[in-house]
Ligand binder design. Structure first.
Ligand SMILES: NC(=O)c1ccc[n+]([C@@H]2O[C@H](COP(=O)([O-])OP(=O)(O)OC[C@H]3O[C@@H](n4cnc5c(N)ncnc54)[C@H](O)[C@@H]3O)[C@@H](O)[C@H]2O)c1
Ligand SMILES: O[C@H]1[C@H](O)[C@@H](O)[C@H](O)[C@@H](O)[C@H]1O
Length: 335
């Protein structure tokens, strides 16, 4: 039984504590912590026997914690992931791995020095049934070589602390990861365009249109909308040489009523990606129980954050920004 410590018991931290306690197998939550101690105590109540620690560092040191989930704010991820690596404990870190490429690189270097995978990054879309179907269709080659990808990432609304950059660093970072995975290709440049602003957006520039170029010559457009009101809507369509393939709309029940047809839509990410979170965390539990990690790597986290940094720069300057990556350590060599 893997004993898991959870750092950060906010929205997704609480969700993960619940699934580790009640949905997944081979694990239990033995400790939690949050800078909001009251919140940590409330969440500990859903995990029988879980201790509440004063700090993330204390939790990592706890002899009854075999592996750690980091679900605190992005700016705190690096310190906890590095503490886990130093303690030899496998760690699942929510996206973004860290807010800057420099911080991500320090994690990559620390893991590469150990010489084996210890970190899994929370890019859960790779475990989503709908995205898996999309990838299978692209890989099967029936639409020919991919030429274009159209993506939309729409949030009904976002919390009050959401600032302009977060449409990129918090939201579009998922697309930066998923298109690399979907196309087996690297992003080489990014440009961000700003249309007329949505009046629901307060001070946040919304929406954005992000244009990505890949090494293989594919062009990708990503719409981010963070105040779209009607629901949480994630879309992707790949245009190939002889056809197109589109992300199925996961779990949308179709209702026929009063002379109309309505397809219900999720209102937030918890709803839309529930299955993906369950599968990604079970995969991590299984790998962590053997002392390692699987799925999205620290390197994937570093690449996604590097693209985010370039996109934020482009949003400010309007320029096309090339993506420059450091050399990939052999630990993350593509097989
Ligand atoms: N994969 C996904 O789809 C997904 C979904 C939501 C959030 N996230 C990521 O998860 C992280 C948390 O997001 P959230 O929406 O749950 O935010 P949140 O604000 O609801 O929760 C974050 C929690 O971390 C706590 N915290 C902050 N600093 C801390 C520290 N130094 N030590 C311990 N606890 C600390 C806060 O008090 C808060 O309770 C972010 O990195 C976010 O991008 C990922
Ligand atoms: O933190 C959340 C989360 O990562 C969701 O998966 C994403 O769709 C949202 O845009 C973001 O704000």
């Amino acid at each position: 039984m893997l004993r898991v410590g959870v750092i950060g018991t906010g929205m997704i931290g609480e969700d993960h504590v619940r699934r580790l306690t009640s949905t997944l197998s081979g694990c239990r939550v033995s400790a939690v912590t949050d800078v909001d101690a009251e919140r940590a105590r409330a969440v500990a109540d859903v995990a029988p026997g879980a201790r509440v620690h004063d700090s993330g560092e204390d939790l990592v040191r706890d002899g009854e914690v075999d592996a750690v989930v980091v679900a605190s704010w992005g700016a705190t991820h690096e310190q906890y992931v590095l503490a886990c690596l130093a303690a030899g404990k496998p760690v699942f870190c929510e996206k973004p791995l860290a807010p800057s490429a420099k911080e991500c690189l320090r994690i990559v270097e620390a893991e590469a020095a150990i010489g084996r995978r210890m970190v899994q990054v929370g890019f859960m879309r790779r475990y989503d049934t709908a995205f898996a179907q999309l990838k299978r269709a692209v890989d099967a080659g029936t639409i020919g070589a991919p030429l274009l990808v159209h993506c939309a990432h729409r949030n009904a609304s976002v919390p009050g602390h959401f600032v302009a950059d977060m449409a990129i660093t918090d939201s579009a970072v998922h697309e930066f990861d998923i298109v690399r995975w979907l196309l087996d290709d690297e992003i080489v440049a990014v440009r961000v365009l700003k249309p007329r602003a949505n009046g629901h957006g307060r001070d946040v520039q919304d929406p954005l249109l992000i244009l990505l170029e890949t090494a293989g010559g594919v062009l990708i457009d990503v719409e981010t909308s963070v105040n779209i009101q009607y629901g949480y809507d994630i879309r992707a369509e790949v245009v190939g040489e002889s056809g197109t393939v589109e992300l199925p709309q996961a779990g949308n029940v179709v209702v026929r009523q009063s002379g109309g047809v309505t397809a219900l839509i999720a209102m937030d990410w918890r709803d839309r990606f529930r299955q993906a979170y369950d599968v990604e965390l079970q995969a991590w539990v299984d790998a962590a129980a053997k002392g390692g990690a699987t799925g999205p790597t620290s390197w994937d986290g570093y690449v996604a954050t590097t693209i985010s940094e370039a996109a934020v720069w482009s949003m400010g300057t309007g320029s096309r920004v090339p993506i420059k990556l450091e050399d990939r350590p052999v630990l993350y060599a593509v097989s």
